[in-house]
Design a binder for this molecule. Structure first.
Ligand SMILES: [Zn+2]
Length: 218
């Protein structure tokens, strides 16, 4: 009986050892200590790009939450500028500018290591398609973020366009921490519009953005 008990105890300890090893292997906390702000574009009265009954603001939030989940699993502390269908404007006068200003304040005050702004593109022509990352050169570092995430995504996805400098957006020129704007596809392109609504594709997309973030911090 004593021998049996010893054997059971040994088996128990062995299984704990195996389990914790597997756990350690599946959870590599590569983003531990990093704070990342995710900014789902638009919200509330501002729907962003619209195509039939497809609202950009809704998809931005879906993609942002998925991205946040992957980044947290890798150990990052993740914040969102919004986590529901609302905007951040404090007054109805100049509402859009007010909303963007509130986002800038949140992100800058957080002193986070990185921000990712999630949007979808739209064009009068249906033929424009693909994912594209934009950066403002208000910070030198932003170009590197755009380059690393774009190149990482290109390794696993076909529809990634070259990253581009864009200094014309109010919000990104005011941010004093590194980050980029991700335009995750064109709602005006039938193929992009279809793909972005498929959960499987959404997972591939955000996993590759998260991978790019990992590479950037490595
Ligand atoms: Zn947008």
């Amino acid at each position: 009986m004593k021998q049996y008990k010893t054997l059971m105890m040994a088996l128990f300890l062995f299984s704990i050892l195996c389990f914790s090893r597997v756990n350690a292997m599946t959870h590599d906390y590569t983003l531990l200590g990093k704070t990342i702000y995710i900014d789902p574009g638009h919200g509330g009265p501002d729907s962003g790009a619209i195509s039939k009954n497809f609202y950009e603001k809704e998809m931005n939030l879906v993609l942002s939450k998925k991205l946040g989940k992957y980044l947290s699993e890798k150990g990052a502390l993740v914040y969102y500028t919004r986590d529901g269908d609302y905007d951040l404007a404090k007054s109805k006068n100049n509402r859009k500018r007010n909303d963007l200003y509130a986002r800038v304040k949140l992100i800058n005050n957080s002193k986070c290591d990185l921000y990712i702004s999630m949007h979808l593109n739209a064009s009068p022509s249906r033929k424009w398609n693909g994912i594209q990352i934009f950066y403002s050169n208000v910070l030198k570092e932003n170009k590197k973020v755009a380059e690393v995430i774009t190149n990482t995504m290109k390794e696993n996805m076909k529809n990634v366009r070259e990253y581009k400098k864009e200094n014309g957006y109010y919000m990104y020129s005011k941010l004093n921490v590194p980050g980029v704007l991700v335009e995750a596809g064109f709602v005006s392109n039938p193929n992009d519009n279809y793909k972005i609504r498929q959960e499987e594709y959404q997972d591939i997309l955000v996993k590759n953005i998260a991978k790019g973030v990992e590479v950037y911090f490595s």
